[in-house]
Design a protein around this ligand. Structure first.
Ligand SMILES: Nc1ncnc2c1ncn2[C@@H]1O[C@H](COP(=O)(O)OP(=O)(O)O)[C@@H](O)[C@H]1O
Ligand SMILES: [Mg+2]
Length: 264
């Protein structure tokens, strides 16, 4: 991808640590995190439960302030949530009193875009998440996977600089999950979106990311970063046959070994 080849920096995390609480009751959640997110990247973060993955995402989103160090987006310190950084959680946070259309239009409406433009954006992203035709449904009428697709469309409708996803497919059944992985990979490719995606599923990370960040147990530090190409191979070939390659197997085992060494 051209944007990746240029490596235009979007977010810089510099010497960041995060401590919850004070004195004897404090928890050091993140320790000395340094990470750069470039435009157009699909970064997946892996690590044992409780290692600080969600905390890291919340710091990037601006929900939580680091105890030391900084998160910078295009050179400016992140100090509050902002629609330029869209967030998708494990359980979709939708407005149940609004239809699918109204949920997806919410951001563009808040930004006072012209009516025709709002409709165009809505239709485009509902199509991207395969929900054309469901616009007039209320979100409580939809399945879990469909709800999550509405949540993704709603975030994308803001054209955020980065989409932050915290185990977004964690609550879905295996088949729906696989469909969602294909969907987000295609959206990433077609829209050149920058995605920061947390998962505890090694295969999910390998099948989606062009960079995988592996974290230590608490306090979370970055142990190793892998540059990967599997997701591009899947896009190019239209099949997931890469998972049968020795390369895939080797990297998967290396990551599993790192994570297991953190749990034992
Ligand atoms: N609001 C909070 N107050 C106190 N401790 C917290 C809070 N949120 C998370 N923690 C602690 O910080 C550590 C990292 O949590 P979290 O970021 O949720 O990890 P992960 O997402 O990797 O499972 C854990 O020990 C957790 O108990
Ligand atoms: Mg978490």
């Amino acid at each position: 991808m051209s944007a990746q080849a240029k490596k235009e920096s979007l977010i810089k995390i510099k010497n960041m640590s995060l401590e919850y609480g004070e004195s004897i009751n404090s928890t050091l959640a993140l320790k000395n995190i340094n990470l750069e997110i470039n435009k157009g990247e699909f970064i997946c973060v892996l690590g044992p439960s409780g290692c600080g993955k969600s905390s890291l995402l919340k710091c990037i989103a601006g929900y939580v302030k680091p105890s030391s160090g900084q998160v910078l987006m295009q050179g400016e310190e992140v100090d509050e949530p902002d629609w330029h950084r869209g967030v998708v959680f494990q359980s979709p946070t939708l407005y149940p009193w609004m239809t699918v259309n109204e949920n997806v239009e919410f951001g563009p409406k808040m930004r006072n875009l012209p009516k025709a433009k709002i409709k165009e954006i809505r239709e485009y992203f509902l199509d991207e998440v395969n929900l054309s035709g469901f616009g007039d449904n209320y979100t409580f009428e939809l399945s879990g996977g469909m709800k999550q697709r509405v949540a993704i469309a709603r975030v994308l409708a803001n054209y955020p600089q980065v989409v932050l996803m915290d185990e977004p497919f964690g609550a879905l059944d295996a088949l729906t999950r696989e469909n969602m992985q294909n969907l987000i990979r295609n959206i990433w490719e077609e829209n050149n979106t920058t995605i920061f995606f947390i998962t505890h599923d090694v295969d999910e990370a390998l099948l989606l990311a062009n960079r995988v960040v592996v974290m230590s147990k608490q306090p979370g530090e970055i142990i190793k970063i892998f540059d990967l190409d599997f997701t591009n191979q899947i896009l190019a070939k239209g099949t997931k046959e890469v998972i049968y390659n020795d390369d895939y197997f080797k990297i998967k085992n290396e990551i599993m070994d790192i994570i297991h060494s953190q749990i034992d």
